[in-house]
Design a protein around this ligand. Structure first.
Ligand SMILES: C[S@@+](CC[C@H](N)C(=O)[O-])C[C@H]1O[C@@H](n2cnc3c(N)ncnc32)[C@H](O)[C@@H]1O
Length: 213
């Protein structure tokens, strides 16, 4: 993704109450951050935050955390929050370090939406659907937790499907045309990228993973 530097975004993020600044300090105690025992769901690479913000407003009894690497993007997510958004936080970090922030079984569900493709083979392990990332998710996800991934990038999706075989997960559901799949579309919340690429006529691919039975 090409990034425009947003002046002042670092400072604005540093002062924003919707940001967790020391995520490692909350490993194993996210229930204290939210003040309840509700399930915690993560979006990795949340970008400008539309998906997670909308989802959190539809499900006030679920807690959400958005993870984004860049301040210039995260600032757009924070601009969407208001004072009623008490079941959602964001953190600016590289998801490579996600296991430093959540304990075993602490995450109920993981969302990956329109992840960066990293087209060069030598960068495959940076893809958020790689076996290396799936191994990280395995460490923090509940035993019956799910991973949901959607994209319009066929090469990335094919890679993601192949990587599942090298992981502790299996495909529970899959579609190669989400927007025409009545069952998998139920409750679908659009992301910024999904809106853009589906309006161009691109099919959207989606899988849901569960642990191997
Ligand atoms: C193509 S955008 C998609 C944004 C959003 N999920 C959507 O569907 O509209 C991918 C986002 O993932 C973020 N990202 C990529 N790798 C990441 C990583 N290792 N840790 C955290 N964020 C990452 C990028 O900075 C970017 O904002």
């Amino acid at each position: 993704m090409r990034l425009k530097n947003v002046k002042g975004s670092r400072e604005a993020i540093a002062a924003h109450p919707g940001v967790i600044h020391d995520p490692e300090a909350h490993k194993g105690s996210w229930k204290d951050v939210f003040g309840n025992n509700n399930p915690v769901r993560l979006e990795i690479g949340c970008g400008k935050g539309r998906f997670l913000t909308d989802l959190s407003r539809e499900n006030r009894d679920i807690n959400y955390v958005g993870v984004e690497k860049y301040s210039s993007v995260l600032i757009r997510a924070l601009e969407k929050l208001d004072e009623e958004d008490v079941n959602i936080f964001f953190m600016r970090m590289d998801a490579e370090n996600i296991c430093d922030c959540f304990a075993e079984d602490e995450v109920d569900r993981l969302y990956l939406n329109f992840s960066d493709p990293w087209p060069k083979d030598r960068h495959a392990k940076r893809r958020l659907e790689s076996r290396q990332f799936l191994a990280r998710y395995d460490r923090i996800l509940k035993k019956d937790g799910l991973i949901e991934f959607k994209t319009d990038n066929r090469l990335l999706f094919d890679f993601a499907v192949e990587e599942v075989a090298e992981s502790p997960f299996e495909i529970a559901e899959i579609t190669y045309d989400l927007h025409h799949d009545e069952k998998m579309m139920q409750g679908n919340v659009m992301t910024e990228y999904e809106e853009k690429f589906s309006s161009m006529g691109n099919p959207i691919f989606k899988y849901i993973l569960r642990r191997k039975s």
